[in-house]
Design a protein around this ligand. Structure first.
Ligand code: ZN
Length: 304
């Protein structure tokens, strides 16, 4: 794979690229990729031709929301879709969401709920932990051995952190990729934390995890999409930024509509989108599953 010092096993775990031709490691989805060594963790740093990339995150087993977002992406000019983690957890359709992400996204990061369902729930409240065990049980219910094996393979290859061009990608934070939150209020209340986080950001960083869309600057400051002209952030090239596209399947900024974003590396912009979806259908499914507490449905209605 051309990354000095990285063991094949480690690369295997960190590099889920279903569309990559195995005989041609520098060819990724039609874009030439130059693999270089990343100094801290042995991850792939790919120099790719700038493209328009749809950013989806925190799908959380919400198939109705994911379908609406994918339909909207299909109506726009987008070269690829990437997932910033938490495909699983909370929602009633984890298996269908894994299959759809595998089919539609170039790759996905490992979120704390993916980790929780696959390995062990870490720092989860009782409801989230119960949802994680229920989610794992849904994956284990698969009777088709080939389908089950493929799904575990895909989940086993979720990336903890990865990069392309100027963008580091992690689910949580650049220093604790799976579990650390970067809240909008941290920009005001925790300047030391923000300074430490930005020390881990080469130029730009893409995150999920809080389910709140917006952009952090290293001033530090936070800008929600409503603070931006046309809900579009422009990278000026000055200073560093951390971008969160918000959550597809469980928004928490008191706006229950599904959230995603499109990164345009040519225009140097990120545009934020909100979409209505059939929340009631998802709530009904959650209410009907005893292991998923009703609050997981109620919070979708409230957007928190
Ligand atoms: Zn999440």
């Amino acid at each position: 794979m051309g990354i000095t010092g990285a063991s094949p096993l480690r690369l295997d775990i960190l590099s889920w690229q279903p569309n990559r031709r195995p005989d041609c490691p520098d060819h990724v989805d039609g874009h030439r990729a130059l693999q270089v060594r990343f100094p801290v963790l042995q991850v792939e740093l790919e120099q790719e031709i700038p493209v328009r990339t749809a950013l989806v995150s925190d799908i959380h087993g919400n198939l109705e929301a994911l379908n609406v977002v994918l339909d909207d992406i299909d109506r726009r000019t987008v070269d690829r879709i990437i997932s910033l983690g938490d495909i699983l957890g909370y929602g009633p359709d984890p298996v269908a969401c894994v299959d759809l992400v595998a089919e539609r996204c170039d790759w996905s990061l490992m979120g704390n709920h993916d980790y929780g369902a696959l390995y062990e729930p870490t720092n989860f409240n009782a409801a989230a932990e119960q949802a994680a065990y229920w989610t794992r049980a849904q994956l284990e219910l698969e009777e088709d051995e080939t389908a089950a094996a493929q799904r575990w393979e895909i989940l086993g290859r979720l990336r903890v952190r990865t990069s392309f061009n100027d963008f580091l990608c992690v689910h949580g934070s650049p220093r604790r990729p799976i579990n650390e939150y970067i809240f909008p209020e941290d920009a005001i209340n925790s300047p030391v934390k923000m300074k430490q986080l930005f020390e881990h950001v080469p130029q730009y960083c893409l995150v999920g995890h809080t389910h709140v869309p917006g952009v952090f600057t290293d001033e530090p400051d936070f800008y929600g999409p409503e603070d931006m002209d046309d809900r579009t952030w422009k990278f000026t090239g000055e200073g560093k930024c951390i971008v969160n596209p918000g959550s597809v399947g469980q928004p928490r900024d008191l706006d229950p509509r599904s959230s995603y974003a499109i990164l345009d590396e040519d225009a140097k912009t990120v545009e934020f989108f909100r979409l209505e979806y059939d929340i009631d259908a998802v709530v009904k499914k959650i209410y009907a599953i005893p292991e998923l507490t009703n609050w997981l449905g109620d919070r979708l209605i409230e957007g928190r």
